[in-house]
Write a protein that binds this ligand. Structure first.
Ligand code: COA
Length: 336
């Protein structure tokens, strides 16, 4: 019997500190009105001193394991999608394995920036269908605040920190991840980037103290307008591609779970799908753009609110630097 890869648990974690637009008004020449009107963002969570990306990932993983009724010893592999690893090496996934008390099984990170979680699900789906692993922890985790220039109002207002996780299980029953499409085009790499060394601020520091001059490194740089146009265009093509590939009518999709970069980008994709906004997972106003963590955070938010029913058809989509973009179609296997 062919195997299908099901989401059997979900969880997330946000650092305690909340930075509102009004807080940023006192740091920079910006306003709550400007940020809300252009992006839909009202606040973001920010890691504290001594808080690492792996710490966020560990809490999200614990919540997802609890939700699945499993322990770390039941897991065969950990994949962490992150663009803000604790250090260049070892991988954040190895550190997460250690902090969760696991050992022996394989772990690695995947770097596809804001599309990292969608890429990770696509990769793990293929490997698990082929019989390599039975149960996996797939985590998206970021401390974006550590690679921002907190003097640059055009970028620092856009991002936040957090983590989301799912537990996957390969089973013979129908459902789960139906399929994925992933793409990349490095010709646009200069439109959105962060230079080495990485990460920009040491986890021992408070990220809000970090800016380009003091750290001597370049932080996130972006040509926002061009990124915006490309994101809307590519995400529109993507929804056509994934539904066409799997013979699904767009009207069959119950929930859109998009990357949470900007409310207007999400709205454009929902419009393309003719989906009302009350069928769209929306966390951008409270989480901002948490890069690889944003799709699993939005998924967990929807799940915790009790909105997902067993058998619902979900579309995950994301777009990020590179550019890289991708989507997964998922039949929800969990009960409410
Ligand atoms: N507060 C107040 N003014 C700001 C500001 C802020 N936080 N950031 C930028 N501005 C100013 C600019 O300096 C510019 O001023 P000028 O006209 O005097 O030069 C003006 O606002 C317009 O800037 P512009 O970049 O054209 O605005 P925009 O409408 O494109 O909105 C973004 C900017 C970043 C919100 C928007 O381009 C965007 O969301 N892009 C996509 C970003 C994204 O999703 N990235 C991640 C993809 S994974």
């Amino acid at each position: 019997m062919p195997l299908n890869v099901h989401i059997i648990g979900a969880g997330s974690y946000l650092p305690e500190r909340v930075l509102t637009n009004h807080d940023i008004e006192s740091m920079l020449d910006t306003t709550d009105e400007w940020i809300v009107a252009r992006t839909g963002i009202s606040q973001r969570h920010i890691v504290g001193k001594d808080q690492h990306t792996s710490d966020l990932a560990v809490w999200a993983a614990r919540h997802a394991l609890d939700d699945a009724g499993l322990k770390i010893t039941d897991i065969d592999v950990i994949l962490v999608a992150t663009t803000t690893p604790d250090m260049i090496f070892p991988s954040t996934a190895s550190i997460v394995q250690y902090k969760l008390g696991g050992e022996g099984f394989p772990t690695w990170d995947i770097q596809a920036v804001c599309s990292g979680f969608v890429y990770a699900l696509a990769q793990m789906d293929g490997m698990m269908r082929a019989g390599m692993f039975r149960r996996a922890l797939v985590i998206g985790a970021e401390s974006m605040s550590r690679i921002l220039d907190w003097n640059d109002r055009s970028t620092c207002v856009l991002f936040g920190d957090g983590a989301g996780a799912v537990v996957l299980e390969a089973r013979e029953e129908e459902g789960g991840i139906i399929g994925s499409v992933i793409h990349s085009d490095g010709a646009h790499r200069h439109l959105l980037m962060a230079h080495h060394p990485h990460p920009g601020a040491s986890p021992a520091d408070d990220p809000l103290d970090f800016h380009v001059d003091s750290a001597g490194v370049a932080a996130v740089e972006m040509r926002g307008n061009e990124v915006f146009r490309m994101a809307v265009g590519k995400l529109g093509e993507l929804v056509e591609e994934i539904t066409g590939k799997h013979g699904i009518e767009q009207s069959e999709i119950d929930w859109l779970v998009p990357h949470q970069a900007n409310f207007r980008i999400i709205q454009a994709t929902a419009k393309k799908l003719k989906m009302p906004m009350d069928r769209v997972a929306l966390t951008v106003s409270k989480h901002a753009n948490t890069s690889a963590a944003s799709v699993p955070l939005a998924l967990d938010d929807l799940y915790r609110e009790g909105k997902l029913k067993t058998g619902d058809l979900l579309l995950f989509e994301a777009f990020g630097a590179g550019f890289v973009w991708g989507a997964n179609l998922v039949r929800w296997s969990r009960a409410c």
